[in-house]
Design a protein around this ligand. Structure first.
Ligand code: SF4
Length: 144
């Protein structure tokens, strides 16, 4: 069983599949996430693959302002992911509400809705920062 666990961890670290969800905000964070996925920054060299369903994902990337309207939808998608699952909050809006903090319909961060493993600050964060966050997440998966 220990060998099987090691194999599963190895395969997850070598090829984490990510699901991206935009909660709101201005969409600049989404553009940076897409830039990180494109050939110029080539996040696929780490084996990372963008998938269209939370049921196939190891990691959920959340961007934008978490509104009261989107929070239950984000949680529902999170619950559809298989265990173990991880969440990255990308951008100040996803971390704390950012420039929209204090609005009547805005929650102060994704971690008010689901557990968050990695925070990537910035408005928006550059692709380099997103890749750095992914590398930290992979180290975490390895127990490093
Ligand atoms: S953190 Fe900044 S760039 Fe990202 S969605 Fe919010 S306002 Fe836009």
């Amino acid at each position: 069983m220990a060998v099987l666990d090691k194999l599963v961890t190895w395969s997850r670290v070598k090829s984490p599949w990510v699901f991206h969800m935009n909660c709101g905000g201005c969409n600049a964070c989404d553009i940076e996430v897409i830039a990180a996925l494109m050939p110029r920054y080539d996040i696929e060299r780490f084996g990372i693959l963008l998938v269209g369903s939370p049921r196939h994902a190891d990691v959920m990337i959340g961007t934008g302002t978490v509104t009261r309207q989107i929070a239950p939808r984000f949680k529902r998608l999170y619950e559809q992911m298989p265990e173990p699952k991880f969440v990255m909050a990308v951008g100040n809006c996803a971390i704390s509400g950012g420039v929209f903090a204090g609005c009547y319909n805005v929650l102060e961060g994704l971690d008010k809705v689901v557990p968050v493993d990695i925070y990537i600050p910035g408005c928006p964060p550059k692709p380099e920062a997103i890749i750095d966050g992914v590398a930290k997440l992979l180290a975490k998966l390895q127990g490093g």
